[in-house]
Design a protein around this ligand. Structure first.
Ligand code: TMP
Length: 254
């Protein structure tokens, strides 16, 4: 197989040059990190599951009219995506208090918030992705007022939609993180959903037992991490054909 040019390696994914201009191949690794990569590990089969889960969620989100970078899944660990210019902001939506919000404001985990809250974090590993206000985003030119309008509008629609989708399979969407990118089509630019949506960047709790079914199992050493990701895929009806047996998938080709 021809060697492909690797463009970027992140903590959980690798981006390769795509087969046509304007496309990229997104490869999902089993690597997991937490606390700005101070904690490192592997979650066997995570890449295969997140590839599937993100494919499924991006397709459903596109169906409600929110544009995404996703084109199609290529194999167990790879998907073809549109090349976008990533906006350097992590957009976090919270429905129920947990994680850093609970720590920062002293609100017990599990407290339902009076309304959904959107927060912004500046994507910068060296700084540990600090929280920023919309004022910083505007002042430093990371995104325009129009971009931010689009981002907030799309994020709220995604939250409403995913909350219902997960509730239907017995899962509470506690919070999640999304990223957006600028897609250029000639002179025209539009903002699209990028990156991934998976148990790596959502908090998902079983509605009956409140059991955690996401990366907090890894962050907090709760055990049964692989099983939790599999359970999410199973409830969404998208476990790979071979089932839980076949989660290793092909090795990365370079
Ligand atoms: P937090 O409570 O740690 O701020 O996390 C909020 C949500 O954002 C949670 O669903 C996990 C997700 N998240 C990421 O996807 N990447 C990150 O680097 C962090 C810190 C959180």
């Amino acid at each position: 197989m021809a060697r492909r040019r690797q463009l970027y390696e992140g903590k959980a994914k690798i981006l390769f040059e795509g087969p046509e201009p304007g496309t990229l191949v997104q490869y999902f690794k089993d690597d997991a990190t937490a606390f700005n990569a101070q904690k490192k590990g592997t979650i066997t089969g995570k890449g295969v599951l997140n590839n599937r889960i993100s494919e499924f969620l991006m397709q459903r989100i596109a169906e409600i009219g929110v544009p995404t970078h996703f084109i199609r899944r290529l194999n167990m660990r790879e998907q073809l995506i549109r090349e976008v210019e990533i906006i350097p902001i992590e957009v976090v939506v919270r429905n129920i208090a947990a994680g850093s919000l609970s720590t920062r404001l002293g609100i017990a985990e599990g407290t339902r918030l009076p309304r959904s809250i959107i927060e912004y974090y500046y994507k910068n590993d060296a700084l540990g992705d600090p929280m920023v206000a919309e004022e910083h985003v505007a002042a430093f030119g990371w995104a325009s007022a129009q971009d931010m309008d689009d981002i907030v509008h799309m994020t709220l629609r995604i939250n409403d939609f995913l909350t219902g989708l997960f509730l239907g399979v017995g899962i509470s969407l506690v919070d999640f993180k999304v990223e957006f990118g600028r897609l250029w089509e000639g002179e025209e630019m539009r903002i699209v959903l990028a990156d991934e949506i998976s148990p790596d960047n959502c908090r998902l709790w079983d509605t009956k037992t409140n059991e955690k079914m996401d990366k907090d199992r890894f962050r907090r050493d709760l055990g049964k991490v692989e099983e939790a990701y599999q359970e999410v895929a199973m409830r969404l009806g998208i476990l790979p054909e071979a089932g839980a047996r076949d989660l290793k998938g092909p090795e990365v080709m370079q």
